[in-house]
Design a protein around this ligand. Structure first.
Ligand SMILES: C[S@@+](CC[C@H](N)C(=O)[O-])C[C@H]1O[C@@H](n2cnc3c(N)ncnc32)[C@H](O)[C@@H]1O
Length: 408
């Protein structure tokens, strides 16, 4: 018996039985309406034909249509094909289906019956990093999986064609944005990504991969920073430090990072991209940074806010010529009463107004800090406010480019 799950997990495949003379007309109609289950072959039973269907899409209206409009004179009976034969399409299993089949037969070999709860407990999507797959936290919660231990993870990895597995928990709010990823199979969590021609390697059980910052990373890559000294106050594994060096042509980057795991990855990334000689890593809390008066540009890539780094950025900016600050922030875009009216008519405009309000107040704050730090008057002006990503409903992660110059 050929079963999708490789065992007795299904009672059979639901099908519609009709006369051979009408089977082609039935097939066309069922295919067009998405009711035909193309994973199985049609079954000839004497002068009748059984057409496999998706049961949940078949109802009385469909049956009436078939009998009265599509093929008058036909008969239409629901049945189950107990020995379904997979079609060409059905033999190619998407990974989620392969995984389900594998686990179904694994449990069966231990005499455990497949249940709807187990079905719901399966992962339906995951992140693949080369030979390592990371599942989200909402799967494999059932106690039965724990009992199977490593045998389970080996089968899962085998069916998905990888060597290592991990499971995602919530990102910890511990200041270093620890990823809370647990390794299920394999002995290390090091993975590699290539993005815009730059290689990034990191241990994903220790450092976070910020896929959402891709647009901003690309924007940084297009900046022209030759002859510029950049300070990256929140370097992580180098998501901005590297584009500054590799693409924007920065002369030198001072990269600050206090998470030792991220520092290890940053060292490796500078090496594999051959730019170590143009970067100094300052390990530790950037608020203790001793650098002063060196930077043409400062990157403050921390959310929800990089406010704690404003004073540090002001100190490192060149006293005589100033420079540009890239300030990241999560802006709460829930409109006030007045803004609510605009938001109802033009939500995009309303959001931009709220971003600008934050940007204006930041501009003033930075201007005052610069005067305080350097003891001379400064001028700050907004060059650009860009959305990096939607962080949550009504919360936008934005970046402000602020031009800061000492007044003559
Ligand atoms: C969200 S990550 C940003 C990494 C990178 N900019 C990106 O977008 O992928 C922020 C990094 O700043 C580091 N960090 C936070 N506060 C810090 C501080 N006071 N001094 C040094 N590093 C800090 C964290 O450890 C983390 O790696």
């Amino acid at each position: 018996m050929i079963m999708e799950s490789g065992g007795d997990c299904l009672p059979g495949v639901p099908a519609l039985l009709t006369e051979s003379a009408f089977s082609q007309t039935y097939r066309e109609y069922l295919e067009k309406s998405g009711i035909l289950d193309g994973r199985y072959r049609l079954l000839k039973l004497g002068d009748m034909v059984a057409l496999p269907v998706h049961e949940e899409k078949f109802n009385v209206t469909v049956q009436e249509n078939l009998l009265e409009i599509v093929a008058p004179g036909s008969s239409c009976k629901k049945m189950f094909i107990t020995s379904p034969v997979l079609s060409k399409r059905g033999r190619v299993h998407p990974p989620a289906q392969k995984l389900r089949m594998e686990l179904c037969s694994l449990l069966e070999s231990y005499g455990v019956t497949w249940t709807p709860d187990l079905e719901r407990d399966l992962p339906h999507s995951w992140q693949r990093h080369g030979d390592l797959i990371v599942f989200s936290e909402d799967c494999f919660g059932s106690p039965i999986w724990k009992q199977l231990g490593n045998e389970l993870w080996s089968s899962v990895a085998g069916s998905l064609g990888v060597k290592r597995l991990a499971k995602q928990g919530r990102v910890l709010n511990d200041g270093v944005r620890s990823p809370n990823v647990t390794l299920l199979l394999g002995d290390n969590g090091w993975v590699e990504h290539v993005d815009n021609g730059i290689r990034y390697t990191f241990d994903l059980t220790k450092s976070m991969f910020s896929a959402g910052n891709i647009v901003e990373k690309q924007r940084v890559a297009t900046l022209r920073c030759s002859k510029e000294i950049v300070v990256d106050l929140y370097a992580g594994i180098g998501y901005f430090t590297l584009p500054f060096l590799v693409h924007a042509g920065a002369e030198f980057v001072h990269a600050c990072e206090w998470n030792p795991y991220a520092v290890t990855a940053l060292h490796r990334n500078l090496e594999i991209n051959k730019v170590s000689h143009k970067c100094q890593i300052h390990e530790g809390d950037n608020r203790q940074l001793l650098l002063r008066d060196v930077a043409d540009r400062v990157n403050l890539g921390l959310i929800p806010t990089s406010e704690a780094g404003y004073i540090v950025a002001c100190r490192v900016l060149k006293k005589n010529t100033g420079g540009i600050l890239h300030i990241h922030h999560n802006v709460d875009c829930y409109p006030s009463k007045h803004e609510g009216d605009i938001a109802a008519q033009d939500p995009e405009r309303s959001r931009r107004m709220i971003w600008r309000k934050w940007a204006e107040s930041t501009k003033t704050k930075i201007c005052m800090l610069l005067q305080e730090v350097h003891n001379i008057p400064w001028q700050t002006s907004i060059v650009r406010i860009e959305k990096v990503k939607s962080y949550a409903p009504h919360v936008d992660h934005v970046v402000l480019d602020l031009d800061c110059r000492p007044l003559p």
